[in-house]
Write a protein that binds this ligand. Structure first.
Ligand code: PMP
Length: 396
């Protein structure tokens, strides 16, 4: 059989890796040793970590660790089966209830990851005769979910909601608007009030991925939904337990019939092994900490303001909104951003270089993420190092 050379199977893995390397897009497998919430060791060097999504520092909180270890002792490591067979333990049930209560929702359903939650849920909600309206910088798993659903895909921009309104008005099919609450590579909050108004006006379903907002935004930490004042339980909210909740796994909260339907039909839930029970115990405890210690989210939000203002003082532009603990600085091309990241490592900071396809071509960027365990002094030192590397080309 003849295979065209340009197809993936028409080129060897070596050839494909060489193309990636030539474009400065080949990623290294780096091995990291966690030291504490704020530092990691890479290649024998201890670096202050500005790359993790552990926004509240809960991955190493003593209460969370204790609950996890205890649950491993009583329930073992793996859940041993999918939730539909016999993998759903009392810890899964407790976590579903705790998440629903924390989120002010009727009900919750768990997934192995946030990626699987978006993929599986969107594919349940929409079908070939429907239209999904997807914001252009939504996370890959929302885009993949839209594709998997087989629905007609319309991409919109959050700064051109007039065009979205026109498209919604024209569309005759079932409509789903899917959007990130916080955009993970831009650090801004979606215009959710306006999107909610459009969803109501055009009878569309609104789905918000709260991955980076859970535990951070809103008065009680429910996310961007809460901070934008949307109180409508027909809105579907997807979350991950891998960021502010410090563990791993995904969830959906909404009306009970919806979460039951998802539990019954979302293939990424049905055909994948349930989360380890100890992970569920960890997250139940992490939610208790979030409720008991609101200062964590207030501190990380203030740190973001401080970092942004320190960078602005030395003429460095950042993307995003003031209190979002994701602070991106666009460098512009893959080679320069990797160099900038490596020069920051020489100065004792881990700041990841984010390249295409994660962000659009020519907008390669440094992405600093903050945790509640960072101090103002650390953030000020980081700003000085970034200024040195970005403005002065990193002269040592
Ligand atoms: N949504 C967004 C916006 C994300 O940034 C991520 C993870 N980077 C996910 C979903 C996927 O979550 P998980 O890591 O739990 O699969």
């Amino acid at each position: 059989m003849h295979v065209a050379e340009a197809t993936p199977l028409g080129r060897t893995p070596t050839e494909r890796l060489e193309s990636l390397a030539a474009a400065n897009l080949r990623r290294e497998r780096r091995t990291v040793r966690p030291i504490d919430v704020c530092s990691i060791e890479i290649d024998g060097r201890t670096l202050l970590n500005f790359g993790s999504n552990d926004y509240l520092g809960l991955s190493k909180h003593p209460d969370v660790l204790e609950a996890t270890i205890e649950a491993v002792r009583t329930h073992g490591v793996g859940s041993t089966a999918s939730a539909l067979i016999c993998g759903r333990t009392e810890w899964h049930e407790r976590l579903e209830r705790r998440l629903a209560e924390f989120e002010g929702a009727q009900s919750a359903v768990l997934f192995p990851t946030g990626y699987a939650a978006n993929l599986g849920t969107i594919a349940v909600l929409a079908g070939a005769a429907d239209t999904v309206f997807c914001e252009r910088t939504n996370h890959a798993c929302i885009i993949d979910g839209c594709r998997l659903s087989g629905a007609r895909l319309r991409v919109f921009r959050r700064d051109r909601l007039d065009r979205l309104a026109t498209e919604l008005d024209r569309s005759k099919s079932g409509r789903l608007i899917a959007v990130d609450g916080i955009f993970s590579m831009e650090g801004d909050v979606a215009p959710l009030r306006e999107l909610h108004e459009l969803a109501v006006r055009y009878d569309a379903t609104l789905l918000i991925d709260e991955a980076h907002a859970t535990g951070i935004l809103g008065e009680t930490g429910r996310g961007s939904w809460e901070s934008c004042g949307i109180d409508d339980d027909s809105v579907i909210r997807i979350g991950t337990m891998s960021k502010a909740l410090g563990a791993c796994g995904g969830f959906v909260v909404g009306q009970t019939d919806l979460t039951d339907l998802i539990w019954n039909t979302a293939r990424t839930q049905m055909f994948s092994t349930a989360l380890p029970p100890a992970v569920c115990a960890a997250v139940v405890t992490a939610i208790d900490v979030i409720a008991a210690e609101p200062n964590r989210r207030l501190h990380v939000r203030t740190l973001s303001r401080r970092l942004r203002s320190c960078l602005a003082d030395v003429g460095i532009e950042t993307l995003g909104d003031p209190e979002i603990p994701i602070v991106p600085v666009v460098v512009g091309d893959p080679k320069r951003v990797v160099e900038a990241s490596s020069q920051l490592a020489d100065r004792g900071f881990f700041v990841p270089a984010i390249r295409q396809p994660t962000v659009p071509r020519s907008s390669d960027r440094l992405r600093m993420s903050l945790t509640a365990d960072h101090s103002f002094e650390e953030v000020e030192r980081l700003a000085a190092a970034v200024a040195d590397v970005v403005s002065n080309g990193g002269a040592t």
